[in-house]
Design a protein around this ligand. Structure first.
Ligand code: ZN
Length: 114
């Protein structure tokens, strides 16, 4: 428990990419982010009309907290160019770490079926 908290505190968080990183600057966009907090929303995946309910079922059944696009605000979605045709799922950093394996496996399973 103490270990995982320290691990999180050493990381930075990029509010543009919705991703944690260990370097000084975000490796994707070069932003100097803030130290990450357990509540920072991490981008998980997008889903169309058919896939979205399956993701929500999985997250709810596994007990993983999440945010869906729209709850973050419309301004954000236009700025990073997300499509409005899809739902976008974000997982709070703490839960993202706690359920890393489950989240990875589910995403792989979903992508394989496409
Ligand atoms: Zn970035």
């Amino acid at each position: 428990m103490g270990d995982s908290t320290q691990y999180i505190m050493k990381e930075h968080y990029c509010p543009h990419c919705f991703a944690p990183y260990k370097e000084e600057l975000c490796p994707t966009c070069g932003t100097r982010g803030n130290l990450s907090t357990p509540e920072d929303p991490i981008y998980y995946m997008e889903a169309d009309y058919f896939l979205s309910p399956r993701i929500e079922d999985f997250l709810k059944e596994t007990g993983i907290p999440y945010l869906k696009k729209g709850e973050l605000g419309a301004g954000l979605t236009t700025r990073i160019g997300f499509s409005f045709e899809h739902d976008h799922y974000f997982i709070p950093l703490k839960a993202y770490k706690d359920f890393e394996e489950e989240l990875k496996l589910f995403r792989q399973a979903v992508k394989t079926q496409e």
